[in-house]
Structures are given as C-alpha cells and as structure tokens.
Design a binder for this molecule. Sequence first.
Ligand SMILES: [Zn+2]
Length: 246
Amino acid sequence: MAFETEPLFRDDPYKRAFSARVLAVNARGGIILDKTAFYAAGGGQPGDTGQLRRADGNDIAIGATVYGEGKAEIVHVPLSGENLPEPGESLAGAIDWPRRNRHMRMHTALHLLCSLVPFPVTGGSIGEAESRLDFDIEDAGAVDKEALTERLLALVAEDHAVTTRWITDAELAASPGLVRTMSVKPPMDSGRVRLVAIGENGAVDLQPCGGTHVRSTAEIGALTVARIEKKGRRNRRIRIRLDDAE
Ligand SMILES: [Zn+2]
C-alpha cells in the first residue's frame, strides 16, 4: 500500500523543524509521515538526515530519506537500532540544517554552472563538500577552469533571485529547450512541472527541477571549479567546491 506524504520542502526549503503524524512503518523499518521537511533523494541531491522526536522526548536518528512506492510516499530511514514509532503517533522532526543548507547552495551553484556551459548535461551529483555535473562536450578546449570560476563568482556577486513556478506538461512539451539534462527526467506531478528560475524571468537559468535551492545566488558564497576531468571521448566532468568546505 502506498501512502501520501506532503513535501514541505517543496514550498519552503528553509523549513528545518515541523510536526507530523506517523502514517505507517514499512517492512524495512522506514517511517512514513503525513508531511515532512526531509528532502527525499532525487535529481542528484542526497536525501536529508536528522531526528524525529517522540512525545517521551526520545529521538529517532534518521540516516536517509528516500521515495517509497511512487513519488507520493516519502520514507525516513532510521539508523539501525533506533526505536520505531507507532502509526498515529505525533513526532517533532528536525533536519540536519547545516548539511541541507550546503546541499541547497551546491544545487543552486550547479544551475549556474549549467547556465554557463552550453552543452548537454548527461549526469550530476550533489555533495556537502563537492558536487559535479557531466557534460557532453566534444571539444576539450571549450571550457577553462579559471574562467569558469570567475564567471560563477560574478553570478553569485550579482545576487540573482531564485524563484519557482509550475507549468503544465503541455507547456513543457512545447518548449523542449527548457530541459538541459539528458539523463534526468523533469519532475512530473499530476500533469504539472516545477520550474526553477534564476534571475528576472529566468534570465540566468530556467529549467524544471524538484530540488531545494537557496533564495538568491549571493547565499551560495565563494566557490571554485576544482577540476575538469575527461570521462570518455565526449564526456567532461566539472567539479565544484564551496570555499568554506572542511
Ligand atoms: Zn535544481
């Protein structure tokens, strides 16, 4: 049986704490809530970690968050040995905010990277210390590490607003240029798609995305293009780091 979890992170990515009711605990001990601020892994962004506090004050440590059966159900995966709650129980949730905030800064930085490198994206991954995008680039001389870092820092300094809006599947199908990533399907939600725009009317970047982002590019802070690697004849992997990474 699949349940439905309201994804609070979608409308408010800055929500760190919330209260929710347990809908079920699945066969593998995964906790399914009626709503959650825990981002479920997807689109290259890792799922959140954090705690779910029971009424008696005991914390259940959550080590991962994933989608369950279908994209409507979000499963909070406790670390092994944790106590499990009962269906119907109320819990107070808190995500590991420093980790998530880094994911938001990284995720937004990858949108900027995507806007600066005019080649198809074939993959990507977000981490706390380092993130990457893979591009289908034939000409190895097409990208330069230092020049790219400078242009990224300029977009950060310009403090562009990051906003979201929904369009219909039909509107998306009418503008195939919106989809930059070849391997990642845009998030579809009952006939509508979420667009993430950076800059006025998406002047800097505009694409479908279901991840969490910071509200303005200045929040990304200082970053560096760490490496550009050759992965196969056409594939170039571009790695970025946040400069305050440990
Ligand atoms: Zn995104």
